[in-house]
Design a protein around this ligand. Structure first.
Ligand SMILES: Cc1cc2nc3c(=O)[nH]c(=O)nc-3n(C[C@H](O)[C@H](O)[C@H](O)COP(=O)(O)OP(=O)(O)OC[C@H]3O[C@@H](n4cnc5c(N)ncnc54)[C@H](O)[C@@H]3O)c2cc1C
Length: 504
C-alpha cells in the first residue's frame, strides 16, 4: 500500500512537493486553511480586477520547468510565459535605467545613464558566471546533517560563502556610482534584506536576472500555483480547502497524525509543513512547539505595505515593473533594518502588468500593484491608525515622480495589506513577508532543516527552510524535501536538470 502523506498548506512549496510526490505514486493530501491555493502567491480579487497577492517576478524559470517535469508535466502546457524586455525601470529622481537580459542593450543602457560603466558590467557578468557555477550545486542538496557542511561541493564554494562581505562590497569591485551598485544589489529585497547586510554570495541573484531574464505569466504569477494545483490533482492528489490544521500530533520522533480545526484526525506516514515556519513551529507542534519568545530571537526579513488599486484607466507609458528608489536609500534600508522606523522617504515598487496582459482587468481599465518595503511587526508600529496617511504619502510620491499625475482620480477599487495584516490574517510570523532572514547564521545547516530537527518523518517546505525564500528556491525546497521523504522509504526517483551548465 502506498504511503500516506499530509501536506499542511497549499503555498508554492506545498504544491511543488504535492505534485512531485503524487507523481511518484504516494497517497498525498494537501490541507489548506484558505478557500483557494497559492498562499502568498494566490490571486487577490477586487471585483473584476485580478492581482497577484505577492510574487510578481519569476526568475530562474528553469527551476519551475524542472519541478513540473519531475511531476511528469510540461509547465508550458499549463502556463503562458512572457519574457519581459525591458525588464524593470529603476529610477533615482531624474536618472533612470531600463534593465534587460540582452547583454549588448544592457551595456548600452548603462553607458547612456552612467557613462564609463559598461566595462564594469561586462566584468560583473563574466565573474558571476563562474561564481554561480560554484555556488549553484550547494543550493540543490539538503543540510539536515552536519556532514553536508564539509561536502566537497560546499568546500569549493566556501570562498564565496564564508565571508563577512555583503553584496554592496561585491559591487564595489565593478562600479563606483552608488546608484549603479544598487541596480545590481536591490535584488537583496527579494530576500527581504538590505544590500548592506545581505551576504556576498547573493550577488548571484542579479546575475541570474540579467543573464536569464524575468518572466511574466499571463493572468499573473498566481496562475503558477493554480496550475500546480491542477497537476497535483491530475496526478491523483487530494486537495482539501478550508481545512485549517489545529495541530500535528507527535509521538517521540514521529509526526503521527494531523488534527484539523474541525476535530477530524488524519493519520499518515509523513507530514510536510508548508505553513509559515515561525507560525507552524510556535503553534502547530502539539507539545513540541517552540516558545514565541525563542522564535522571536531569530532574525527576520522586512515586511511590506501593499496597495492593490483598480483603475478606470490604463497608463500605457508606465513600465511593467518600476522601482523608485528612496532619495536616501541607505537611510531607508537602515530604517527597515532597525525594525523600528517607517520611512517617510520610502522606496516604492509599482507593477503595471495591464500593459502586457490586459486580461487582468476589465476593458480599458487596469490594476496597479504597489509594494513598499517596511518594518516587520517586532516593535509594534500601529498600522491600523496610520495606514490611510501612509497610503496618501505613497500616492503623492507616485503622482510626483511618475507619469501617473492624476492617479488618485482613477482609483475605483482598492485593498491595503499592512505588516499587521500579514501577521494576523495571513499567519506570517512577525509579518516578515520574506520569512527568516538569509544571514549566514540562518543558512544551510543553520536554517530550519528540510527534515525538521528532532523528527524522522516531519518535513519542511517553503521560504523558511533551505534553500530559502523566493519562488525558485521554494520550488527547490519542495523537491529537496520530496527526495528526502522518498529516500526514507527507499523509493527511487530521477532528477530532472535543465541547467547542467551550472551543475557540471
Ligand atoms: C508581497 C510579496 C512579494 C513577493 N515577491 C516575490 C517575487 O516577485 N518573486 C519571488 O520569487 N518571490 C517573491 N515573494 C516571496 C515568496 O515567493 C512568496 O512569499 C511565496 O508565496 C512563499 O511560498 P511558501 O511556499 O513559503 O508559502 P506561503 O505562500 O506562505 O503558503 C503557505 C500556505 O500555508 C497555509 N497555512 C498556514 N497555516 C495553515 C494551517 N494551520 N492549516 C492549513 N494551512 C495553513 C496558508 O494559508 C498558505 O496557503 C514575495 C512575497 C511577498 C509576500
Amino acid at each position: 500500500m502506498s504511503k500516506k502523506i499530509i501536506i499542511v498548506g497549499a503555498g508554492p512549496g506545498g504544491l511543488t512537493a504535492g505534485m512531485i510526490l503524487a507523481h511518484r505514486g504516494l497517497d498525498v493530501t494537501i490541507v489548506e486553511k484558505r478557500s483557494g491555493v497559492g498562499g502568498r502567491n494566490a490571486e487577490l480579487r477586487l471585483g473584476e480586477f485580478s492581482f497577484d497577492t505577492g510574487p510578481t517576478f519569476l526568475h530562474q524559470k528553469f527551476t519551475l520547468d524542472e519541478v513540473f517535469a519531475e511531476a511528469g508535466k510540461q509547465a508550458a502546457d499549463y502556463l503562458e510565459f512572457q519574457l519581459l524586455d525591458p525588464m524593470t525601470r529603476l529610477s533615482w529622481g531624474e536618472v533612470a535605467l531600463e534593465t534587460t537580459s540582452d547583454a549588448a542593450r544592457m551595456e548600452a543602457n548603462i553607458e547612456a545613464a552612467f557613462p564609463g560603466h559598461g566595462e564594469g558590467f561586462r566584468r560583473f557578468m563574466s565573474d558571476h558566471a563562474r561564481k554561480l557555477k560554484t555556488i549553484y550545486p550547494c543550493l540543490l542538496r539538503p543540510y539536515h546533517e552536519l556532514k553536508a557542511m564539509v561536502s566537497p561541493t560546499l568546500l569549493k564554494a566556501l570562498p564565496y560563502v564564508a565571508t563577512t562581505r555583503n553584496v554592496m562590497d561585491v559591487l564595489q569591485q565593478y562600479f563606483s556610482d552608488e546608484r549603479l551598485k544598487l541596480a545590481f544589489t536591490f535584488q537583496a529585497k527579494y530576500l527581504g534584506m538590505s544590500p548592506w547586510n545581505c551576504p556576498a554570495l547573493f550577488s548571484i541573484i542579479s546575475y541570474i536576472e540579467y543573464k536569464y531574464g524575468i518572466y511574466h505569466v499571463r493572468g499573473g504569477l498566481c496562475k503558477i500555483s493554480e496550475a500546480m494545483s491542477r497537476v497535483f490533482q491530475e496526478n491523483g492528489g487530494s486537495l482539501r480547502l478550508e481545512c485549517a490544521v489545529r495541530e500535528i500530533q507527535c509521538a517521540g520522533r514521529r509526526a503521527a497524525a494531523v488534527v484539523l480545526e474541525s476535530g477530524e484526525v488524519l493519520h499518515c506516514d509523513d507530514v510536510i509543513v508548508n505553513a509559515d515556519y515561525g507560525h507552524a513551529a510556535t503553534r502547530l507542534l502539539n507539545g513540541r512547539s517552540v516558545p514565541v519568545e525563542a522564535m522571536a530571537r531569530k532574525k527576520y526579513s522586512c515586511s511590506t505595505f501593499m496597495m492593490y488599486l483598480g483603475l478606470d484607466t490604463i497608463y500605457p507609458d508606465e513600465p511593467h515593473h518600476h522601482i523608485l528608489f528612496a532619495d536616501d536609500y541607505g537611510r531607508n534600508v537602515a530604517d527597515i533594518q532597525s525594525q523600528r522606523r517607517v520611512s517617510e522617504d520610502m522606496s516604492i515598487y509599482v507593477r503595471n502588468s495591464a500593459i502586457n496582459d490586459p486580461g487582468v482587468a476589465p476593458a480599458g481599465q487596469s490594476g496597479l500593484y504597489i509594494l513598499v518595503p517596511t518594518i516587520n511587526t517586532r516593535h509594534g508600529f500601529h498600522w491600523h491608525g496610520q495606514s490611510a496617511a501612509y497610503r496618501d504619502k505613497v500616492l503623492t510620491r507616485l503622482e510626483d515622480r511618475t507619469g501617473m499625475k492624476d492617479l488618485r482620480r482613477h482609483i475605483i477599487a482598492e485593498r491595503i495589506i499592512t505588516p499587521v495584516d500579514w501577521r494576523d490574517e495571513q499567519d506570517v510570523f512577525m509579518g516578515a513577508t520574506f520569512n527568516l532572514a538569509h544571514t549566514l547564521d540562518q543558512m544551510l545547516y543553520l536554517r530550519p532543516h528540510n527534515r525538521m530537527a528532532g523528527f524522522d518523518n516531519l518535513y519542511l517546505v517553503g521560504g523558511g527552510t533551505h534553500p530559502g525564500s523566493g519562488l525558485p528556491t521554494i520550488y527547490e525546497s519542495g523537491r529537496i524535501s520530496s527526495n528526502l521523504l522518498c529516500d526514507s522509504h527507499g523509493l527511487p526517483y530521477q532528477r530532472v536538470d535543465y541547467a547542467p551548465q551550472f551543475s557540471a
